[in-house]
Design a protein around this ligand. Sequence first.
Ligand code: SF4
Length: 146
Amino acid sequence: MKVSRYHHVVSDNHGSYLFNAYRRGLHEVDPEVVAALEMLGTGQQDWDKDLSPAILATLQSEGYVIPDDFDEHARLLQERESLRLSRHAISLTICPTIDCNFGCPYCFEGEDKPQERMTDETMAWVVRFWVPHRSRPAIKEVTGSG
Ligand code: SF4
């Protein structure tokens, strides 16, 4: 077994939490679970000796711990490509502007964001594109931004 490359541990005064960015799982866990995952991450064989079968099963079913031969990155790319090429699934992101006044340090737009706005023509095109699809169950997600 190995630790998912997409797992994150957040600990504070209130407890410890596992988050898996691939499976989108979030679980509050006891310190021994965090310690066990650290042991597994460093290759220790007896990493799971203090964990109950139920916790082990959850770690596996939620994707925090995966088989050695499972390539999550390849699977993620495969799923993404399958979704991208699907004629039955739409993921739509609408950005009327990227002139955001927040200052998130990780922002992909950097500090000097373009002060551009979506034109009326583009907005009209988005609406014309969206209306025929809006009630289809295959629409995976719509994200508004800006
Ligand atoms: S565009 Fe998004 S990430 Fe960037 S500063 Fe605004 S809210 Fe933050």
